[in-house]
Structure formats: C-alpha cells, structure tokens
Design a protein around this ligand. Structure first.
Ligand SMILES: *[C@@H]1O[C@H](CO)[C@@H](O)[C@H](O)[C@H]1NC(C)=O
Ligand SMILES: *[C@@H]1O[C@H](CO)[C@@H](O)[C@H](O)[C@H]1NC(C)=O
Ligand SMILES: *[C@@H]1O[C@H](CO)[C@@H](O)[C@H](O)[C@H]1NC(C)=O
Ligand SMILES: *[C@@H]1O[C@H](CO)[C@@H](O)[C@H](O)[C@H]1NC(C)=O
Ligand SMILES: *[C@@H]1O[C@H](CO)[C@@H](O)[C@H](O)[C@H]1NC(C)=O
Ligand SMILES: *[C@@H]1O[C@H](CO)[C@@H](O)[C@H](O)[C@H]1NC(C)=O
Length: 640
C-alpha cells in the first residue's frame, strides 16, 4: 500500500497516522437515517465549516433490512450517496456498522424479525443470531470496500459492535467472530476499533486484541482519569473519546435535556490539547421519523421522543446554535477552520392554523387495506386463545406466517364480551403483557380506557354479552439498550375481565402507513366502509385536513396544542409521535421538501385518546421541545 493512502494507529507517537503523518481527528456524529436525504449536503457542509475533519456514522441494520432478505439502499437509505456527499465535502468517515448500534434507535438497530426465534440470545455467539449477522454483513461490508481510505474513499476506521461491554453476555466468541468477519470483508489493514463506557467492567468485556480499544464519556467525567483507563487497556496508541456527549436524549415525560455549552467547549479543548482524537455525539441529531425511536427499560419502559435534537450544536432542523459557534472557536485553536461564512439556518415558515375534521374510526383501516392479506390473517387467527406464559402469542404469530406480521405501529385484537357487565368490571393485564399501550373500546365507540406497560395494568369496562371489544395495541419502539432488548410487542399474555379470561381473539395487523401512502383517507377509495364515528371525539380516530402554502415549501414545526397522543402524517410521510400531555416535546419537525408549494398538503392525524374541541393544529416557525418552559425552548440561542 502506498503511504499516501494509509491510515493506521501509530503506536510510537501515540496518535493515528494518515498518509505517513501524525493525524488527530475532530469528528461529529450525524445519523443519515434521521435526516431526509435532501438535507444531507447542507448538514455536512455546516459540519465541515465548523472545523471538523471527520464525521462518525451508524448503519442501522433494521433501516436497510426491514423484512428479512429484502434490502433497501435508496432515497433516505442510500448510504453510499451519503458517503459520497461527505467525501465531496472533504470529510473523512468513521463507520459504525454494528450489527448492534444502540443510538436510541428502534431495538438498537437490530431487525425485529430476529425475534422470530423467541429464545434468541442477541449480541452473542447464538447460531441463529450469527447466521443473520453473517448474511447482513455479506451484503453491507462489500459495498463499503471502495469507500475505505486505503481504496481511495473516505472511511478511515470501522467500529465493531457498540459498547459491547455494557451488555450482560460478555461473550468473547461473539467479538472474535465479528473481528474475523470484518477482517474478511474489509482486509487486514483496515483500522478496526471498539468503543466502551468508562468503567473497568465495560472495557474488559468490550475489548479484544486486534481491535483498537477506545472509550466514551461526557462532561460529567474527569478527563485524565477516563483516558488513563483507556491507557490501561491500550498502553500505546492514540487517546480516543468516541462519544463525547454534547447533549442528551429525552424520553416522554422527562425534563428536556440540556448540556452546558461552556463545559462542552472547554472539555473539548482539553482533550484536543492532550492530542486526543474526539468524536462529538451528537453534532447533528435529527428526528426519529415514523416508528424509529427506541426505548429504555431500567425499572420501567420509557420510550424516546420523536425529536432527536439532542441539544446538539446543529439543531434538529440543522440550524447552527451558539453551541456550534463555541465549539468552532475551540477547534480553531488547534486547526485551521475553513474560510467563509457558516451557512445560515434554512428558512422556516409559520403557516398558521389548520382545522382538521374527524374522518374515520381506527378500525375503518381494516376495510381499506388489502382484503387478501386481511382474509388470510383473519382466518388463521379466528380461534386463538391467549394462553398464559410470556411471549406465547408472539411466537404463534411468527411461526404461523411471519410475512403477514407487522413489526411497527399498531395491532388490533378483537373479541366479544363473554357476559353482561352492567357494573364497572376490572379488565386486568396480570402479567404486564401489554406492549406497550392498549386503547380499549366496546362496540367501536370511543375509548373505554387504556392499559400501559409497567404503569396501568387495570381499567374498568361495562357492556352487554356479545358486544365487540377492541384492543388497539401500540408499539412504542423497542428497547435499544441493556438486557431487555428482546422486546416483543403486542399482547404477550392474557387479559382477564372480571372472572373471565378473554379468548377467541381475532388479530389484525394494521397497515396504516401503507394505506396512507397510497392516498387514504383523502382519496376516498372505500371498500364497504363502516359508518364514520359518531358521538364523543375520544377514542382512536383519524382526522384529516389540508395545508396550502402559497408557493412556499419551507421547513415548519407542527404543534398539536391540547391534543393528547397520536401519530401524524403529511403527504403520506409519517412524521412520528406526538404526546404534548406528557412532553417535553411539543412540536414535530416538518422538512420543507416534504411539502408541495402548489398543491394542498394532506395532513392525517391518528389521535389515540382525545382531540380538543377546536381540532386545530398550528404550523410554527420554531420548535418547542421544552414543555416546562411554556413559551420558548432552547431555540432562543439559535441563529434564525
Ligand atoms: C426504500 O426506502 C426509501 C426511503 O425511505 C423509500 O422511499 C422507498 O420506497 C423504499 N423502497 C422500497 C422498495 O421499499
Ligand atoms: C473521494 O474524494 C476524493 C477527492 O475529491 C476523490 O479523489 C476520490 O475519488 C473520492 N472517492 C470516491 C470513492 O468517490
Ligand atoms: C482529575 O483527576 C486527576 C487525577 O486523579 C486530578 O489530579 C485532577 O485534579 C482531576 N481534575 C479535575 C478537574 O477534577
Ligand atoms: C373501577 O370501578 C370501581 C367501581 O366503580 C372503582 O372503585 C375503581 O376505582 C375503578 N377502577 C379504575 C381503575 O378506574
Ligand atoms: C393529497 O391526497 C390526494 C388524494 O389522495 C392526492 O391526489 C394529492 O396528490 C395529495 N397531495 C399531495 C401534495 O401529495
Ligand atoms: C426548560 O425550561 C425550564 C423552565 O423554564 C428551564 O429552566 C430550562 O433551562 C429549559 N431547558 C432548556 C433545555 O431550554
């Protein structure tokens, strides 16, 4: 290999060596899966202008292989296009292809179909797991070869797994297997590395000879102590902080996270002056569109909010913040910053109020979606009983016909009341088997109540024998961190109503996104639709409306003030979840390129609990991510 295209750890000088010279990287994390592709170049250019020489990216496996064996590398999933744009911008790439990535992303990037083997031990040498990993890596890694620095591309190093030492298995055979696999596809001369948290246990279980051991930590840590821990595992070579936290994530119900700008820029300066290579996590966070957010499960299930703003130097909408300017200032003391102005924030528009109208109850989707799929599913499910025992219902679903299963979004469970219930009768989920929220209706009208994993295991029901009971179960995103990542969804155990175990369920996967993408409900194509909802405006109900933008297609932020909880689509694109009642996030980011400047834009809302009487939504020119602050959020320090 000629020395001008070399990149390696250089043990003698305790630094990396690039093209025969010592090299220090100043990098920032950006997730292409959280930014629409029209904006990739804009964000990368801003990162370059901030003085970075590299970006660090994750490859979410489940984003590219949603269904087993069906790969998608186009549009927002066009990884090579992203690499190309980074290369054109002059940014090197630190690639983190997993297979597990954490990232506060649905199931840590692992595809949900892995759970078709209910006892699979993820992130270990389990043969079913390794077989799936091998197949995926044999698709992904060969595509990465031409992008390796040694082959004329911009990828300087490749991370193997992610913070593996924090996982309970501590399986060296697994890490050995991955090392062999990565070397096989990428060659022996590619810099492979691992990243682990700042404890001895994590560094011990996560590191392996032949892969350079790096560490990650944020502003709450003593830098010299953290790097001396890395030194104990890697006595020579560059100091590397692979995730220096510029901010933090929010779960529903949290206070909005904030990390102090002065502290971030001061500690960055300290690390750079020690000669360390640093990646800032995140530099640009973006958005968990659709159902892609992850969740944590420490003592209870906590779902991550839609915004992944992260309080990062570039905001969710890609706008430079004060934090960015402070960081650029720090970097300029160590390397030359590109000349020229920082690109400005993209224009934002306050389009104002739009009044929505109620259209259909949630179950109307059953009459819209493909009747072939519906019938097949229906007939194989008619006689099912949910038997006691964890995951049983889930495994029945998978083994019978995995092709029909829906991995994300909503499932409808339907049965009949076994007897008259004139008085309030408790409906109980005794084994906490509702994953994650269930909206319960009798005779399809309104919601009688809801059950929520780990928090609400009982509600009351009344009705008559034979009345239809619908349990609409919402998947709130699979756990992405820790020992509970085998996160099955749906009803995992029986529901008990008074003295009766409910049986004879019909189970319907609801392809709401498929229906909306093909024009429903605006298109009005119906197949024997039931009556539109009457009566109270609560219960899971679809609303629709249109936004006319008078020739503009600028970024905007959607606020659903006084709405309760649900999902929003614009022109068929799923913007994510809203839940202003729980907060802290109050607005959903709408990238301008999703809007039509000339045609009316179709807004569809699935409100799961209760809409306000005004049924209005508001398009604003600024985000509100901090519900506790009332009027403004951190946007005050943005350049807009
Ligand atoms: C692949 O993903 C892109 C971006 O999300 C999407 O627009 C496209 O429809 C997908 N292709 C297929 C075949 O599903
Ligand atoms: C990356 O950019 C460099 C410099 O512009 C160019 O020479 C090289 O061909 C690019 N690599 C790839 C894989 O496109
Ligand atoms: C960090 O730890 C070192 C060694 O234990 C100590 O000397 C130093 O004062 C600490 N730095 C800070 C900022 O607390
Ligand atoms: C159910 O109804 C009973 C009797 O009306 C009441 O005491 C109880 O608080 C209710 N439980 C819930 C969870 O609403
Ligand atoms: C809105 O929906 C209608 C009916 O499906 C469709 O004809 C129109 O193109 C949609 N508008 C946009 C901007 O996508
Ligand atoms: C959120 O609002 C509270 C209350 O006004 C304020 O103390 C806090 O600094 C705000 N946080 C952010 C990140 O703006």
């Amino acid at each position: 290999i000629p020395s001008h295209t070399q990149f390696k750890e250089y043990y003698k000088n305790n630094c990396f060596q690039k093209d025969g010279k010592p090299f220090q990287y100043v990098s920032g994390s950006i997730h292409y899966s959280r930014i629409p592709h029209y904006y990739w170049k804009d964000r990368l250019l801003k990162m370059y202008m901030a003085g970075l020489n590299a970006v660090q990216i994750y490859v979410p496996w489940n984003f590219h292989e949603e269904k087993r064996g069906v790969y998608n590398f186009s549009g927002d999933r066009d990884l090579e296009n992203f690499l190309d744009l980074a290369n054109q911008t002059g940014l090197l790439v630190i690639l983190r292809p997993g297979p597990y990535i954490c990232a506060e992303w649905e199931m840590g990037g692992l595809p949900a179909w892995l759970l078709q083997k209910p006892n699979i031990v993820l992130r270990s040498a389990d043969t079913d797991y390794l077989e799936a990993v091998n197949t995926w890596m044999a698709v992904l890694l060969p595509k990465m070869r031409r992008w390796l620095y040694t082959n004329g591309g911009n990828i300087i190093s490749v991370q193997v797994e992610n913070e593996y030492g924090s996982y309970y298995t501590c399986d060296y055979n697994y890490m050995r297997h991955l090392r062999t696999l990565f070397q096989f596809f990428l060659g022996d001369d590619t810099v492979l590395f691992t990243t682990d948290g700042n404890t001895d246990r994590e560094m011990t279980c996560g590191t392996l000879e032949g892969m350079y051991a790096t560490i990650d930590f944020g502003t709450d840590v003593n830098i010299s102590q953290a790097f001396s821990r890395q030194r104990r595992f890697e006595p020579r070579g560059p100091l590397v902080n692979s995730e220096f936290y510029t901010g933090w994530l929010d779960h529903w119900g949290d206070q909005h996270a904030q990390v102090d700008t002065q502290k971030v820029s001061r500690m960055l300066g300290e690390m750079l002056s020690m000669g360390a290579s640093v990646n800032m996590y995140m530099f640009e966070g973006g958005t968990n569109f659709g159902y892609w957010n992850g969740a944590d499960h420490d003592n209870r299930f906590r779902s991550v909010v839609t915004s992944y703003d992260y309080n990062a130097p570039l905001s969710e909408a890609g706008d430079p913040t004060e934090k960015l300017l402070a960081i650029r200032d720090t970097i300029s003391k160590f390397r030359d910053i590109p000349v020229g102005p920082m690109p400005p924030a993209t224009p934002k528009m306050a389009y104002g109020f739009v009044t929505l109208t109620m259209v259909w109850a949630y179950y109307s989707i059953l009459y819209y979606q493909d009747p072939a799929l519906f019938t097949a599913y229906f007939t194989t499910r008619t006689q099912h009983t949910l038997l006691p025992g964890p995951s049983l219902i889930y495994s029945i679903l998978y083994y019978q016909d995995p092709a029909l299963f829906t991995y994300y979004g909503f499932m409808l469970y339907r049965t009949k009341l076994p007897r008259d219930l004139p008085e309030d009768t408790p409906l109980i989920s005794p084994l906490n088997g509702v994953h994650d929220r269930a909206y319960v209706s009798v005779c399809g009208v309104g919601a009688s109540g809801l059950l929520e994993r780990d928090t609400t295991l009982v509600m009351n029901l009344t009705g008559k024998q034979g009345d239809q009971v619908d349990v609409l179960v919402e998947n709130m995103g699979r756990v992405n961190f820790g020992s509970k990542i085998n996160d099955f969804k749906g009803l995992l155990s029986n529901l008990i109503l008074g003295k009766d175990v409910l049986t004879d369920w019909q189970i319907y996967p609801l392809d709401i996104d498929g229906a909306i993408a093909s024009g429903w409900p605006q298109s009005g194509q119906r197949r024997s639709l039931p009556d539109p909802v009457r009566g109270p405006s609560d219960g899971p109900v679809f609303y629709q409306g249109t936004l006319t933008t008078n020739g503009l297609a600028w970024d905007t932020f959607l606020r659903l003030n006084e709405w309760t909880k649900g999902q929003v689509w614009i022109n068929g694109v799923n913007l994510g979840r809203y839940w202003p009642k729980r907060g802290p996030q109050q607005t959903l980011y709408i990238p301008g390129p999703l809007l039509s400047p000339t045609q009316p834009n179709n807004i569809t809302v699935l409100e799961l609990e209760r809409a306000p009487p005004h049924t209005r939504v508001l398009f604003m020119d600024r985000p509100q991510l901090n519900s506790t602050s009332g009027k403004t959020s951190q946007t005050t320090d943005r350049q807009t």
